[in-house]
Ligand binder design. Sequence first.
Ligand code: MG
Length: 385
Amino acid sequence: MKKITLLGSTGSIGKQTIEVAREQNIKICAIGAKQNIKLLESQIREFKPSLCAVVDESAGKELKSRVSDTDTKVIIGEDAPSIVARESDGDILLNSLMGKCGIAPTLEAIKTKKDIAMANKEPLVAAGDIILRAVKENGVKLLPVDSEHSAIFQCLDTSHNSPDFIKRLIITASGGPFFNKTRQDLEKVTLKDALSHPTWSMGAKITVDSATLMNKGLEVIEAVRLFGVPEDRIDVTVHRQSIVHSMVEFCDGSILAQMGHPDMKHCISFALNYPERKETLCEKLDFTKSFSLTFDCPDEDTFSLLSLARRCVKKGGNAPAIMNSANEEAVKLFLQEKIRFIDIFDVVEEAVVALPFRENITLESLEEDDRLAREYVRKRMHKLF
Ligand code: MG
């Protein structure tokens, strides 16, 4: 039986992974989160992991005393997820941390020969080259958990891994709550509007990214990294029903699509059990009832972050990392209701243009670029309000 290290265990994907583990009797040997100790405590009592990481110092201390009657060792601090990723005896790390803080734990897990089930897209966007090099050097598997990439991975699994057979990847997008809206409409968007996603239930940051289509931009970059297909051979189509999770067109014109009821537990179960499959309790598509599937062209002029992401991955170097950090900071300010929805588009683009380009990236240069991008966004937005 596979043993899993689950980082980000209290977030949306983390909680759904817990449900899959419960249904399929999967052993969770280590967990970790930022600060939700109430939920961490109940996960410790249910799954009896040997290690638990808590990033927040005071929350960590409180959890330590609350679970002192158990055998779980609580590790506290900024480095706790990395320590747990390294020291746990899991076969696979499911990384559902949020943002670029998932880079270091991913690398630690790879170095200790754990496969990676990746639900955290920002490390691949910001530090894709570094992570892919480590995956290759250590001979581990990198399995996508993002629904689109899981779909493409499943379609490609039939092609004997020959890149010559792939013509195009077609990533589906729900279009978010503002499909068909104009830039003027977007100026009036409130936080509540942005947080109501039509089909997927997700955390706040990714829900805002879905509303701006930044999420689709990050996914195009993620697909470039994972499948080695250039961005001009990756199309995005708006598919409101979120039934087709993505598609691959092969050189002979044949297109394979992966479909299912929109439920992340499919993707989690696939990654955790690969190359096998196990039954899930997810709702199944019912073809005895009629339903329609529609596909529309995305508006990349209004939702300009999608075309910005394409330009950044084409440019390479630190451009995707700057875009990602600027977006993380802008979304944070929007969630605090300090900036408007529309400001996210402009300030992220401005940060990419204004900050110095670096061809070669290292973990140190990424830290510096992250600091510069966040500072740029805060200063620029402070002037506006
Ligand atoms: Mg996705």
